[in-house]
Design a binder for this molecule. Structure first.
Ligand SMILES: *[C@@H]1O[C@H](CO)[C@@H](O)[C@H](O)[C@H]1NC(C)=O
Ligand SMILES: *[C@@H]1O[C@H](CO)[C@@H](O)[C@H](O)[C@H]1NC(C)=O
Ligand SMILES: *[C@@H]1O[C@H](CO)[C@@H](O)[C@H](O)[C@H]1NC(C)=O
Length: 560
């Protein structure tokens, strides 16, 4: 309560103290209060230099979205005809009017800018706090995070000239405070020097010890190596989690004795990312072990995104812009990290979601874990309304929930629900309406019936065997389900490319059109916020989506 009052007082002071500039200024974004965990210290030093980035309005995002659906919807005349780098950039580049309107405004303040994204929709400027306060009618202040003592400079509100509203979508850093993604599976079994399992035969019980062989058996995933060198699976790494090569080797020596133990991944470093082999990351190890270990023979790339990320969303946008800058994008990108949607301003979430649409149009299948807090968000927490997770709520990515047991049921931590930012896309609207009519008034008022619903599908997510720091043990989480699912689709892409066909690209229209290619998960629920959450049932549900994949049926559905 005290915090809220302080924040409101600060905001009122900003408005009162703002100098009026000659051009009519309109408040572009503002937040009502300081996010929980932060306290405001006072004005930021006026000569401190801010590296600001401005997102220009994309000229033709609607056409890009139409193209994305055309190339991703089975039966469409353009199905599989993914766009080139140049084609995507032409659709999202800002118009010359937009670029000059923004540049003229900056020059009128003697500020020069440079282009910082492949399509030219982001520009960067370096200005002092004093200049930024004048340019944006802002009140840049220093805030301290109470538990980490980390200081950050932000403003609770900023304005732009009224006539630039249709040209400028957002400025960062302004009102978006640093957010850390959730990741990291939960450790279940005690880690020990020796594996409890022998060779790579399936364990006596895959339900209690899940290995790559279990994934192959459960979903019919082939063990024969992929053949296409142009096919690539990328694994995203964040929060200083590094994938360990020695651990991967002992994982393969134990669980994939049929392939070379030196099978490995390449590493790409962005935003000051590292590849420190002395400190393995549990999430990074899980993700690389279950992509190298399941997507047999598919070229594998670990993208380590560092903490020097200026994009306002912990490097999540930087990695996408990095990939969009390449002529050949990976066919699959898997990420087992997520945010709670309410922690993000719509402007930043929407800009990133649009970047996923661009990568999807290029032909990448993008997977995100749905989260491990049931209906309470990325991690279990107390809540009064359900907390959806992002990027799962972005309609342009594929969200993966979790299952347990054989035969599979929904696992109780599997996050799922409905966006409060993004509207429901056509590809799922009939299935979601069918679910909502069965649901009736259960959970009414706790979620947004018109939002994009997630997850889209699910896979096994408990008692998953990994190697970490030279020891063997098991972990739980949708962090496990995601690389397993991504690997299955990477192998389908290999077969498609070998047959001279296009890779699958953005998957959701294909998934909802081919529900017979999934094992419907019909029991279990995802409790949270002092409720039982949602229940899995016949058809799509916000716990396990359309169900878990069946390789052989997906093969046929993909035209193989
Ligand atoms: C802003 O500063 C960064 C280094 O911090 C530099 O790379 C960039 O080119 C500068 N941008 C402009 C527009 O001067
Ligand atoms: C529900 O989702 C829609 C997007 O479909 C959004 O515009 C609306 O603000 C959301 N409502 C609530 C109460 O979150
Ligand atoms: C392996 O067995 C040991 C000893 O019985 C046990 O402590 C450990 O939790 C087991 N590890 C796994 C991954 O099951």
């Amino acid at each position: 309560m005290v915090k809220v009052t302080l924040a409101l007082a600060a905001f009122v002071a900003v408005v009162a103290a703002s100098p009026r500039s000659k051009r009519t200024m309109h408040v572009h974004e503002r937040r009502e209060n300081v996010p929980s965990g932060y306290v405001k210290d006072g004005a930021a030093p006026s000569d401190h230099v801010l590296n600001l980035r401005l997102a220009l309005v994309q000229s033709n995002f609607k056409s890009l979205e139409d193209k994305l659906y055309a190339v991703s919807t089975p039966g469409n005349a353009e199905y599989g005809q993914h766009l080139s780098k140049e084609q995507v950039e032409a659709l999202v580049a800002p118009s010359s009017d937009t670029t000059s309107a923004v540049k003229d405004w900056l020059s009128s303040h003697d500020i020069s800018s440079n282009t910082i994204s492949p399509a030219g929709d982001w520009v960067g400027i370096n200005v002092t706090v004093k200049q930024a306060n004048t340019l944006l009618d802002a009140d840049y202040s220093t805030f301290t995070h109470q538990s980490t003592d980390e200081q950050t400079i932000r403003t609770l509100s900023y304005s732009i000239p009224a006539d630039l509203k249709s040209h400028l979508s957002l400025v960062h850093p302004t009102v978006a405070f640093p957010v850390k993604p959730f990741g990291s599976p939960k450790v279940v079994g005690k880690f020990s020097k020796k594996s409890n399992l022998t060779a790579d035969a399936a364990p006596a019980s895959c339900a209690t010890s899940f290995t790559p062989t279990c994934a192959q058996q459960l979903y019919g995933i082939p063990s024969a190596p992929a053949t296409q060198p142009s096919n690539r699976i990328a694994v995203a790494g964040f929060i200083d989690q590094w994938a360990n090569l020695a651990d991967l080797k002992s994982f393969l020596q134990t669980y994939r004795t049929d392939i070379s133990p030196s099978t490995t991944f390449s590493t790409v470093l962005i935003d000051g990312g590292e590849n420190d082999q002395s400190t393995p990351g549990i999430e990074a190890n899980l993700d690389t072990q279950y992509t190298v270990g399941v997507a047999t023979g598919v070229p594998n790339e670990f993208v380590s995104v560092g903490e020097n990320n200026p994009d306002g969303i912990d490097g999540f946008l930087d990695i996408i812009n990095e990939l969009l800058g390449e002529d050949d994008v990976p066919n699959v990108l898997t990420t087992s990290y997520s945010f709670n949607e309410p922690d993000l301003p719509f402007s930043i979430a929407n800009n990133l979601c649009n970047a996923y649409a661009q990568l999807g149009a290029r032909g990448t299948s993008i997977f995100f874990s749905s989260g491990d807090g049931g209906v309470s968000g990325g991690q279990s927490q107390s809540c009064t309304t359900f907390v959806p997770t992002f990027p799962s709520t972005c309609p342009f990515i594929t969200s993966v929930g979790g299952t347990t047991g054989i035969p599979e049921t929904a696992v109780d931590f599997s996050s799922g629900g409905f966006s409060t930012l993004f509207a429901i896309p056509d590809y799922q609207s009939a299935d979601v309406s069918a679910y909502l009519s069965k649901l009736g008034s259960t959970n009414a008022g706790l979620f947004n019936k018109t939002g994009r619903a997630f997850p889209d599908l699910a896979a096994f997510g408990v008692n998953v065997e990994i190697v970490f720091g030279g020891e063997f043990g098991t972990v739980d989480g949708t962090s496990c389900s995601t690389p397993i699912t991504a690997s299955l689709f990477a192998l389908l892409n290999d077969e498609l490319i070998a047959a001279g066909k296009s890779p699958l690209g953005f998957l959701n229209p294909f998934i909802y059109a081919n529900q017979g290619a999934f094992t419907d998960i019909t029991s279990g629920d995802n409790p949270g916020c002092s409720t039982d959450g949602f229940s899995a049932g016949t058809g799509w549900d916000p716990v396990t989506g359309v169900g878990s994949p069946i390789y052989s049926v997906l093969r046929t559905a993909a035209g193989l």
